[in-house]
Design a protein around this ligand. Structure first.
Ligand code: SAH
Ligand code: SF4
Ligand code: F3S
Length: 473
């Protein structure tokens, strides 16, 4: 029980990854690649950039690993378990390779930098290792690996944003798409490996973002999620006009593409989300009223050790501001249990901040020390595993109660729902989300509703994590 999320099942895969993403077959290619993605939505979005680079270089995607000439695994390092999962997969790929000697196996993404020599030399598990900023060099590296050389490029860049590459959508429902707006992270949260795996923060050309969103809309997409580790610090300056674009301005530009294109974003750092962003959200009906606002801990002492740069009081004042400006906005969080030196009192502070912030749902983890991070260098990982697990369970229990109460408050309300497709359980039911990002399932009955439509749904019941409703004219 390392990773837990409560309240929004259909959303889990996005955050926790470990989900398989195959590439649909199309066109006639003589060579095929197969790609699996782990980790956060940004990694999934990167796989779509990789698919585009490979297709331009003669590789067609396949979901069938048996016919692949190239197997790629886009990896995550955020917690130890994520790395273990990847290693297990690589060992399985090695078996496949025995039967197909010409096949190449490549590691992409966040494990690349940290484990390059281990994977290539000590364990001989892979033929190529490519870091998140080096995907343009993939075609050359594949060529090198094909001649038996060890092909590696894990250089991090200060300016790569892949802004000119049009991603090929993988496993998309054709309704909601992810659009990367920035890369890397300049925050040095002491527990976090991301600044080391993804490098310095840089923002993508605002006009290329708007063009990508417009293009998705023209293809029939109804929702875009703007992605970055810290979207509120988005800041792009036009190289010729010197005009600067903030996140609030970018949100507005995307929202203005069309009122029927929903706009979401993730993730917001509490220190950076501004009133300007909140008022922009309020101004546009199509900017969804949902903010993912990771808290990590409710104790100011622990927050300081985590280097989150806000206190408990500051965080709570941000939550109060959101509720004041947009009372209907839902809020979710990420929470870490058992960070270094965490006392029972600190833990109780986390429980109480959850209750005060009244999260609609949360993603909850226990602390996993990552080599090279500030916390690994400075502090001892001194909370015993059973204590971490017990505290995590208590946090999860509190979230269950909060999510349940949140769902009950929605009973009898009518929401505008974007229909995303069949419900997971039955093709007799539709599944969609409201602006608050809550999943709502409702019977198809005989209406002429289609995937991608907006419909009014009355909430009549709820199960764990899902609202149930009926179609309302
Ligand atoms: N940029 C985002 C978070 C990205 S990582 C933000 O700042 O909010 C997603 C979540 O993984 C984090 O919010 C944190 O809760 C969790 N996480 C990161 N490093 C971790 C670690 N070493 N152990 C446990 N959980 C961790
Ligand atoms: Fe990691 Fe902090 Fe950056 Fe988020 S903001 S990616 S937690 S360093
Ligand atoms: Fe994992 Fe890298 Fe994302 S470490 S969470 S895939 S940025």
């Amino acid at each position: 029980m390392e990773v837990l999320s409560i309240g929004n099942k259909e959303h889990d895969e996005l955050r926790q990854g470990e989900a398989y993403a195959g590439t649909p077959e199309k066109g006639s290619f003589s060579k095929h690649f197969y790609i699996e993605s782990y980790g956060c939505a940004m990694n999934f979005a990167d796989s779509e950039v990789v698919a585009s680079i490979l297709e331009k270089n003669g590789f067609g995607g396949t979901r069938n690993i048996e016919i692949a000439d190239l197997i790629l695994i886009n990896t995550c390092s955020i917690r130890e378990k994520a790395e273990q999962t990847v290693r297990k997969r690589l060992t399985e790929f090695r078996k496949l390779k025995k039967d197909k000697p010409g096949m190449l196996v490549g590691v992409l993404g966040c494990m690349a930098e940290r484990l390059k020599s281990k994977l290539l030399e000590e364990e001989k598990l892979v033929d190529l290792v490519v870091g998140p900023d080096a995907y343009r060099s993939l075609p050359d590296l594949i060529g090198e690996a094909g001649t038996g050389q060890k092909a590696v490029n894990v250089l991090l860049s200060r300016d790569e944003t892949y802004s000119d590459i049009s991603p090929i959508r993988i496993d998309s429902n054709g309704i909601s798409g992810f659009v990367s707006i920035m890369r890397g992270c300049n925050n040095m949260c002491s527990f976090c490996v991301v600044p080391f795996t993804r490098g310095r923060e840089r923002s993508r050309d605002a006009f290329s973002i708007v063009a990508e969103c417009r293009n998705l809309f023209e293809q029939g997409y109804k929702e875009v999620t703007l992605l970055g580790q810290n979207v509120d610090s988005y800041y792009w300056t036009h190289p010729e006009t010197n005009e600067s674009i903030t996140f609030a301005m970018l949100l507005e530009m995307v929202a203005c593409i069309d009122p029927s294109l929903r706009v979401r974003f993730s993730t917001s750092h509490p220190k950076d989300i501004t009133d300007e962003v909140l008022f922009t959200m309020k101004k546009y009906h199509n900017i969804c009223k949902y903010i993912h606002l990771p808290v990590q801990s409710g104790s100011s002492r622990v927050l300081q050790l985590m280097n989150r740069t806000y206190t408990r009081e500051w965080y709570l004042s941000k939550v109060a501001r959101i509720r004041e400006i947009m009372p209907e906005c839902s809020i979710s969080a990420d929470i870490i249990a058992g960070f270094c030196t965490e006392t029972e009192e600190d833990h109780q502070d986390t429980i109480s901040i959850m209750q005060i912030a009244n999260y609609d749902y949360s993603y909850m983890y226990f602390y996993s020390e990552r080599p090279g991070t500030l916390a690994a260098k400075r502090y001892t990982d001194d909370i015993p595993e059973e204590v971490k697990k017990r505290r995590l369970q208590e946090i999860v229990d509190v979230q269950w109660t909060l999510s349940n109460e949140s769902n009950k408050r929605d009973l009898g309300k009518t929401f505008e729902v974007l229909v995303e497709g069949d419900s997971k359980k039955s093709d007799q039911d539709w599944m969609g989300r409201n602006s608050q990002n809550k999943v709502i399932v409702f019977p198809k009955e005989n209406h002429s509703i289609q995937k991608g439509d907006y419909v009014q749904v009355l909430v009549t019941g709820c199960t764990k994590g899902t609202l149930m409703g009926t179609f309302k004219n």
